[in-house]
Design a protein around this ligand. Structure first.
Ligand code: SF4
Length: 60
């Protein structure tokens, strides 16, 4: 099946707020391809999982 739609059918970024059980629920996403690696530019960390992977900038 040749589906040329730029829709993400599966995504491993489970910390993304649009990720629902490895499914992308974002209406549209921006993907950046570099070599073999695809990077989603729409990635947005989920608020309610801020205990992990949150980086806090130290203010001096
Ligand atoms: S927005 Fe990007 S990172 Fe988030 S679930 Fe969709 S494809 Fe994955």
């Amino acid at each position: 099946m040749d589906d040329d739609k730029s829709m993400v059918s599966r995504c491993d970024a489970t910390t993304c707020r649009f990720n629902d059980d490895t499914n992308c629920t974002a209406g549209q996403v921006e993907i950046s391809m570099s070599g073999q690696t695809a990077q989603c530019l729409t990635f947005s960390p989920a608020d309610d999982m801020s205990d992990t992977q949150s980086v806090r900038a130290d203010q001096h």
